[in-house]
Design a binder for this molecule. Structure first.
Ligand SMILES: O=C(CO)[C@@H](O)[C@H](O)COP(=O)(O)O
Ligand SMILES: [Fe+2]
Length: 234
């Protein structure tokens, strides 16, 4: 399988007043990316308001890490230039709000030197992302939401693993990210289904655990050392 395991703690659950040191702590513990949840409590996409380009710009001054931005907004195209200028690395928009302009969006994300990804909410059928992956100018990652977007700390939806399995079978080398409710009891399920990119609220103890789920050389282990890995981490 041509994918690399990526552990991307979500900084949504970190102390925003100490974002730079929280980010360093995650990276020191082995995080590969930093997952940045950009939400605007506006026209009902999510009932929450989090961070925007100014925060990404400030954080960029403190780290060279891949900043994996997850846009929970109704108008992602308006954020492409500001986030590109701010130093974002990945730009993942929601398919539900981009049906009319995803081609333009992908093009614009790439021309602003970011990596495009598409996310889908739990109620959205997986088939909706196929055209974006099959396109001549495709997204490079699919983010399967395993909670309703809006808040950290929610319960993982195991039924979303069917989407991950179908995607992995169809696209062996696609980056598949799972986001929401990932932790000790769910990371293994997601990795076994075929997810290679694990977002989890910024709890550093999950990072080594998540890494163990993939094995040292990056292969996905479906029956890894459960008792031992759990002892090491918790
Ligand atoms: O996008 C979102 C929520 O909308 C996520 O990135 C969460 O922030 C993940 O937090 P946990 O579920 O791991 O606490
Ligand atoms: Fe997210």
């Amino acid at each position: 399988m041509g994918v690399t395991p990526i552990i991307a703690p979500s900084m949504l659950s970190s102390d925003f007043a100490n974002l730079a040191s929280e980010a360093k702590r995650m990276l020191d513990f082995g995080a590969d990316w930093l997952h940045m949840d950009i939400m605007v409590k506006f026209v009902h996409f999510v009932p929450n308001l989090t961070i925007g380009a100014p925060v990404i710009e400030s954080l960029r001054k403190h780290t060279k890490a891949f900043l994996d931005c997850h846009l929970m907004v109704t108008n992602p195209i308006d954020y492409v230039e500001p986030l590109g200028k701010a130093g974002a690395s990945g730009f993942t928009f929601h398919v539900e709000v981009s049906k009319e302009n995803w081609q333009e969006l992908i093009q614009k994300i790439k021309s602003n030197a970011m990596r495009p990804g598409v996310a889908l909410k739990p109620g959205t059928p997986i088939e909706e992302v196929y055209p974006l992956v099959d396109s001549e100018n495709p997204v490079e990652m699919v983010l399967v939401m395993t909670v309703e977007p809006g808040f950290g700390g929610q319960k993982f939806m195991p039924e979303m693993m069917d989407k991950v399995r179908v995607l992995r079978k169809k696209y062996p080398s696609l980056d598949i990210e799972v986001d929401g409710g990932l932790g000790p009891s769910t990371i293994e399920m997601a990795a076994s289904a075929g997810a290679n990119c694990i977002v989890a609220g910024a709890r550093y103890s999950y990072i080594p655990y998540a890494k163990l789920c993939f094995g040292k050389s990056g292969e996905m282990l479906t029956s890894f050392l459960q008792p031992r890995s759990k002892q090491i981490c918790f």
